[in-house]
Design a protein around this ligand. Structure first.
Ligand code: HEC
Ligand code: HEC
Length: 228
């Protein structure tokens, strides 16, 4: 039993690696700083685990307000143990708890017991003032959650796939966030994220498992999408 699941995890990893090409060497200073940090945590004994925490799909150049202090602090502190987080991944109410959890780690506590101790030697933690700037930045550019009162359909069977698949890692997004054609590429990226982060993908139909019905998910998001 155990062998089978390890093998399928390895297969998922190989598939994801094929789907998400390794980031090219960055030319800009921010990209170089991220590359240097990545090399450090990737080469630690926990590299394979850390690599899977967040997908490598989000580049420093994609950060909103890239010249702001918030963006610079995100690059300084948030790539020390895993790939760069996207502020739009979570809604505003979710970020304080996450930032708290991460700052505790940066201060050298709560790192999966002693597990990450060696790797933690070079990690720095933000001051209280920097942490407030970071949090405000993440919240300013956060995900807008779907309001169930605006979308009564969210309680019906038609959106079951969407509910099952799309809140495994973050809140359900508001369909108005993107145009219909944008949703197509966002949902395709989320499929790769699922493979990368080893969540339910349903790539091999199995009637006992919840199925990822991309057609159903896209149908809902596109019907309520932002007008293009
Ligand atoms: C000292 C190492 C370390 C640093 C630095 C760090 N993280 Fe993390 N992060 C982790 C670990 C370990 C996990 C996986 C366990 C967990 O989710 O708590 C994680 C998981 C995450 C996740 C995915 C889990 C979720 O709840 O969505 C996000 C998002 C995240 N970190 C954001 C951040 C942000 C933002 C910063 C900078 C303020 C940051 N991290 C800095 C170690 C770190
Ligand atoms: C395996 C975890 C995971 C699942 C499941 C997941 N997402 Fe995400 N989502 C992420 C991560 C990581 C980010 C930030 C990185 C990125 O944007 O690729 C994100 C960011 C987002 C964003 C904000 C970024 C943007 O481009 O607007 C939206 C919207 C989103 N996801 C929609 C969805 C939808 C729709 C589904 C269901 C098909 C879904 N997600 C399922 C991990 C996941």
């Amino acid at each position: 039993m155990k062998r089978v699941s390890v093998a399928s995890l390895a297969l998922a990893a190989a598939l994801a690696a094929a789907l998400i090409p390794a980031a090219a060497v960055a030319a800009d200073p921010a990209g170089q700083a991220v590359d240097a940090a990545r090399k450090r945590w990737q080469e630690s004994p926990h590299g394979p685990m850390l690599e899977r925490i967040l997908p490598p799909t989000f580049e420093p150049a994609q950060l909103p307000e890239p010249a702001s202090r918030g963006a610079r602090l995100t690059i300084e502190y948030c790539v020390q143990c895993h790939n760069l987080p996207n502020p739009a991944m979570h809604h505003a109410a979710k970020w304080p708890g996450i930032v708290e959890r991460m700052v505790v780690r940066m201060r050298g506590k709560g790192n999966l017991g002693e597990l990450m101790k060696e790797m933690m030697a070079g990690v720095k933690a933000p001051s209280d003032e920097e942490r407030a700037v970071l949090l405000a930045y993440l919240q300013r550019h956060s995900q807008r959650p779907l309001d169930p009162r605006r979308y009564p359909e969210i309680r019906t069977d038609a959106t079951k796939s969407f509910r099952l698949a799309c809140q495994q890692c973050h809140t359900l997004p508001d369909p108005q966030r993107h145009t219909a054609s944008e949703w197509e590429s966002v949902v395709a990226r989320m499929e790769r994220n699922m493979l990368w982060m080893n969540r339910v993908v349903g790539s091999r139909p199995d009637p006992r498992e919840p199925q990822l019905r991309i057609d159903e998910i896209l149908d809902f998001l596109q019907r309520y999408a932002k007008k293009g």
